[in-house]
Design a protein around this ligand. Sequence first.
Ligand code: C2E
Ligand code: CA
Length: 549
Amino acid sequence: MSDIFNNELFEAFASASDNVLIYVCDVAVDVSRWSKAAVEYFGLDSEYIERAGDVWAEHVHPDDLEMYLDDINSVFAGTKNRHDCQYRARNRMGEYVWVECKGSMIRDAGGNPIIFAGMLTRIDGESKYDTLTGLLTTYELHHINFEAQSGSAVLIGIDGFRRVISNYGYNTGDEILIEFSKKIKNLCHPEWKLFRFSGDEFLVVAFGAEQEEISDFYEKVRKQTDVIELEDGRKIGISASAGSVIFPQDANSRESLINNLEHSLEFAKNNQKGTLVSFSEEIAQKHERGLALREDLKQCIKNNFKGFELFFQPFVNRDTNKIVGCECLLRWKGEKIQDSYPMEFIKILEDYGGIREVGFWVMEQAIKQQVAWRDTYGDLWVSFNVSYQQFMDDNFEERLVACAEKYGVNPTYMIIELTESCEVDNPTELAAMFDRLRQRGFRLALDDFGTAYASLEMLKCLHVDYIKVEHSFVRELAEPGHDIDYVIIDNLLEMCKHLGYHSIVEGVENSDVADIVGGMDATLLQGYYYSRPVCLNEFEKLLNADRDK
Ligand code: C2E
Ligand code: CA
């Protein structure tokens, strides 16, 4: 039997709390040891269980199973190291109880999983306090009657906490949460209540407080938490956004209070990061529009992608001034909503996961189009956008390769642009996929270079073929006072050359900018000066005109 089980530490932890049940799994042989209390409480057959994953899945409530499996499978697949979710599990008496299940995977130097260990905390109303921060759990919200009292509630969320964890690790993440919660607590009035709302979100119920007092409170929170000092002396910069609601005016029930708080915080995070946003009719309407868009998008996807269309924006060769390819950009007109811009509907597709199917549709159209143009115009470089979330889809690589084979495209002419590189929390895995795709001949591009979060960091770990210089640096290049933009772009392009990358400069809006950029070392140019993104018919007119030049 594995050494990890014959450990007095296991016994010590197992008996440390009645409410916390622990388990440890020797991954190589897939045998787990569960604490006696867990065996008893959940009616397991023995302390030692083979293939405990399958056994435990049978205890998880059918409605929670998919969420649970998603989380645990990504730990075992290596996408992340920590398992953390709440679900209902069946106990010995056949009742389902809420548990918080947290586990951690330990890997060897080669990254192979060796030990998976963790704990189950019963949270079915028995735990009044959050185990990490000692704050109240949301269960305690049930005891507040929001109809009968007045005041304000504030939901504070740390911005980009996922990124913080991927930079500093889970333990540091926990330390940050503890320090952050202490600071908020110190700023709260003694009669207010502070809850750990979810992972990185904290809820303050400020009885009797009006808007002004809440704004002052948030200002203090913001100033005092912008740098979190950890016990070992490390200082970590963070920012926090917040949403606030006045009760009973904006919400007279617990449900509406929580909903309106979440919508306000979401609005702050999407539009005004690092600020406090008070709930308003506008926010409620934005949320309603979001829901309507989501329904419309789902309906269109179901209707064989009705209303979706690709537009094409030319890539122009700097030296010949000829169109040598294009970027495919998604457009959509819904059944009910006809005026949604890509930034809006793509965000919604990404939020609810619809981008997966639509992304495969985009991929197929782009590949098909490259092949369709070949006979008439020769091989054009055709790019399409893929977000990190799409790259991380288990089927992405397989479907891309299958699609390329189906249409017989030469992958050399397909450029895959990684958008939103700020979301990348596992660059190693992504880098391995990039390498495999490049070996198959596909071209990879880093989009929005220069503005995207940690562009240089991405460049260090991902091998790509193209860097796309973001249009915000380029657009106003010819205007007075933009010397710095010139220096930035010039040096970026120089760097690309040294690193052996090609470059695509976006945002060439007029002939002055085209002249300036033309004198730099860019491979391809893109922008309204050459053409806005246009439908297939219009794009082919451009190609024909270009050929006849
Ligand atoms: P992006 O990939 O950075 O796309 C370039 C955006 O810049 C396009 O906006 C394009 O219309 C705009 N643009 C092009 N030339 C100029 C110019 O000279 N000046 C200015 N001011 N803007 C210019 P669009 O089409 O609205 O797309 C917005 C974003 O939506 C894209 O940004 C991309 O991140 C995303 N997107 C578009 N299609 C897809 C898709 O199929 N999949 C995914 N995941 N994202 C997509
Ligand atoms: Ca792009």
